[in-house]
Design a protein around this ligand. Structure first.
Ligand code: ADP
Length: 469
């Protein structure tokens, strides 16, 4: 669920993004391949032209040099009607013969031509120059003869761009076919890739068993655990509602019954005060229950982050114990239980009201689940690492081993009738647990049936020993 007002971008279609990426890759590949192929072919073609020119020039040179009389004009017989151009240049750069020119005398000195200069120096030379004809280039090969003169053969070839122009329609056509084919393949591939992901949502309860890709395992794990957590929460909520309704129904039924007896006049006059007292005590039980439920719901809200917890301030625990002990003295007396407190002054960061409630609940239990003549001791003091503890000890009836883990659950009671008879709601320890969690404290419970119970709440560091109080 997206939080309202958050300006997150709208979700995109994964299949479309994938398809686009694949199409772009294939387009890039086609264009890159076409350009690379053209460059490579042009290079290879040029080399081939150079090799052919060299072979032919050498053949003509052998023929020319082996003739009895070396007449430049005889060179015209070597390549009759050929588009190749043959030139003979003298050692001083004068053109002695050129197959493209009738009159060589008006041709400029060729010494500056790179291939001629190279040939004069090292025996052979070649070069490529742009041809006067548009879109063409001329390859030259020059060979120094034994006489020192240079024989040069030249051929015009299409330049890269003009050859490209010729094959362009074919290239574009081929490229389009390739792009179209890759678009179809991309669509098929994308569908195949995305389909298992969309199918995952069909069976959320077994999502972890049907993960199509390793990368999705953490997501599936989160979804499944979140789902079971929500199912658990839902089950707990239903159980809690059922318990609350049941707990409220019992006193309400009694109240309604007694009220009916009074209303119809069926109660004997001497029973009226008795019934009135019962109605009063059942109503009191309901009030305690409702206020405990409200308290738990507030603590739930704080723990879930929905409600703001009260501001924490330094709370001195030994004074708090003294106050609780004095409030509970009457209750202890009524139950023939002695109540005392002892402990070193120690301060923790917390809510005074909540901590008073925590100690009161523990002390109340220690009195109610005790025996006449029993005793309750409230203790507090500094603990390791700058922490602190609060402890409530009794030598009462104790909690059986198998129930010790469950006493902090809502409405769990070891002995339901004793709890109710002593005014219990079954929520006291659940409230204690919540308050401890909100203070980052840990609860330890030690209990033996028939010997007694000790519940210790350990507060984390940050609590400071306070010698002045
Ligand atoms: P209740 O309102 O029933 O006391 P609590 O949540 O405070 O509910 O406690 C849950 C149950 O744990 C009690 O019903 C009781 O059986 C057991 N219990 C709690 N504290 C003690 C204690 N000090 N000695 C023995 N049993 C206890």
């Amino acid at each position: 669920m997206r939080p309202e007002g958050a300006d997150n971008p709208a979700p995109q279609r994964m299949s479309r993004r994938l398809r686009r990426a694949l199409e772009l890759i294939s387009l890039f590949a086609v264009v890159f391949m076409a350009a690379a192929a053209a460059l490579l072919f042009q290079g290879a073609f040029g080399q081939q032209v150079d090799r052919d020119l060299e072979r032919m020039t050498r053949a003509i040179a052998v023929g020319y040099e082996s003739a009895a009389i070396q007449d430049p004009e005889s060179l015209a017989d070597y390549l009759p009607g050929s588009p190749l151009r043959l030139t003979l240049i003298d050692t001083d750069g004068t053109v002695l013969f050129d197959s493209d020119h009738r009159d060589e005398s008006d041709m400029d000195n060729h010494l500056t031509r790179p291939e001629i200069a190279q040939a004069l120096e090292s025996g052979q030379g070649h070069s490529v120059r742009e041809s006067p004809t548009l879109g063409q280039e001329t390859h030259y090969y020059a060979l120094r003869l034994e006489s020192g003169q240079v024989l040069r053969l030249a051929e015009d070839t299409n330049s890269l761009w003009s050859s490209y122009n010729q094959v362009l329609p074919l290239l574009v056509g081929g490229g389009l076919v390739a792009i179209l084919a890759s678009a179809v393949l991309a669509a098929v591939f994308t569908r195949r890739l995305v389909e298992p992901i969309t199918r995952m949502a069909d069976h959320l309860e077994t999502i972890e068993d049907n993960v199509p890709y390793v990368e999705l395992i953490p997501l599936a794990h989160t979804i499944q655990s979140d789902r079971s957590l929500r199912e658990n929460n839902e089950a707990m909520r239903r159980e809690f509602t059922a318990n609350v309704s049941h707990e409220l129904k019992t006193p309400l039924t009694s109240i309604s019954g007694f009220a009916e007896l009074l209303e119809t006049g069926m109660a004997k006059p001497e029973d009226v005060p008795v019934f009135g007292k019962r109605i009063h005590s059942e109503a009191g039980r309901m009030i305690r229950l409702v206020s405990d439920i409200l308290e738990l719901s507030q603590l739930d809200g704080m723990q879930a982050g929905a409600d703001q917890p009260p501001a924490f301030a330094p709370v001195e625990l030994s004074t708090l114990l003294r106050d609780v002990a004095s409030t509970m003295t009457m209750n202890a007396k009524k139950a023939y239980v002695t109540l005392r407190y002892e402990g070193d002054p120690v301060t923790v960061q917390g809510s005074r009201d909540m901590l008073t409630e925590l100690v009161t609940n523990l002390c109340d239990n220690a009195i109610r689940y005790n025996r006449p003549g029993g005793q309750v001791v409230l203790r507090c003091g500094p603990a390791g690492d700058g922490g602190a503890y609060v402890q409530v000890e009794d030598n009462g009836i104790g909690i059986p081993q198998d129930a010790q883990d469950r006493v902090f659950e809502r409405f769990f009671r070891v002995d339901k009738s004793r709890s109710k008879a002593t005014g219990g709601t079954g929520l006291g320890l659940a409230i204690v647990k919540h308050i401890a969690v909100l203070h980052g404290a840990r609860i330890e419970l030690h209990s033996t049936v028939g010997t007694g119970t000790t519940i210790r709440v350990n507060f984390p560091g940050g609590g400071t020993e306070d010698k002045t109080v």
